[in-house]
Design a protein around this ligand. Structure first.
Ligand SMILES: [Zn+2]
Ligand SMILES: [Zn+2]
Length: 75
């Protein structure tokens, strides 16, 4: 099973950094999936930093659903 470390902000769960896939021997085969390993970083992103009282929703700031999200990245 391949692993891909995905770092997310622990407060708002926005994407912080997506590492390269760590491939196993079966990488690239049909139906092979890459398992995401979520690593939480201990703060919020710039948009969701709490010291900004007037936070407006920004178009284009993608928030991926936490449950059931299976990435096909690199497959
Ligand atoms: Zn693999
Ligand atoms: Zn955020």
């Amino acid at each position: 099973m391949c692993y891909q470390v995905v770092e997310r902000y622990s407060v708002c769960r926005c994407l912080y950094y997506k590492h390269a896939v760590d491939p196993c021997q079966a990488y690239g085969q049909r139906g092979h999936t890459v398992q995401e390993k979520t690593v939480l970083v201990g703060y919020a992103c710039q948009l969701h930093t709490s010291h900004r009282p007037d936070t407006h929703p920004v178009p284009g700031h993608g928030v991926l659903p936490d449950s059931g999200y299976q990435s096909g990245y690199g497959g």
